[in-house]
Design a protein around this ligand. Sequence first.
Ligand SMILES: [Zn+2]
Length: 248
Amino acid sequence: MRRYGLQGVGLGMLGLCLILALGPGEEPEVREAAGSALVEVESGPPPLVALTFDDGPREVTTRRLLEGLELREVNATFFLVGSRIQGCEALIQDMAAAGNQVGVHTYDHVMVTDLSRRDFDLQVGKTRALLIDLLGEGEYWLRPPYGIVDQSVERWADGPLILWSVDPEDWKDSDTDRIVAAVLEHVKDGDIILMHDIYQSSVDAALRIVDALLERGYLFATVEQLMDLRGVEPEQGILYTAFPPVER
Ligand SMILES: [Zn+2]
């Protein structure tokens, strides 16, 4: 079961201001909020992003991330490595039960363009089968390791291929400040942010990024929700990197 409700508006914010989403072209206005404080109402719907995490799960770091996301009422998308599933079953069930989207990042974290059809099915199909056993029927979209695909992969993917538009290269060092700044500098409405939940520093950075973006008025969605909210129909074998708002 996946929840489709938007999350991410911290309760604390509600006491301070009243945010009303207005349609395109509508003027911002000032309204009287409860308690008679005058507040400015922002125009347009809030910006949306999808946080995505690859290469996990890893019990300690992923668990801490899930707890931090839950505390902030934010959902993310996790592309799991099949060989790491065993021993983390409860963690993955909690991940999905909290409303996060789960996808596939191959069984052994391999470059999918190097594979025969048979090996592709072992890497992707076997991981999907494990997730179906654990979480029930679902599509479990593929994020190809290194973001590299070819025409065979596009044919065999059996679903959309999810890439990203913001990459802070969080695996390169454990400099949380640098990772946070790299995301906050580049992020915009509709982006898919790539991070890795197997590093403590990435988890720290991700939670700081969530706090900073909530403060900027952003909301968080899973990739599937973001796609749905932007009116994009997922297509087999198509690469997706971001879902910017549609120009009207
Ligand atoms: Zn990876």
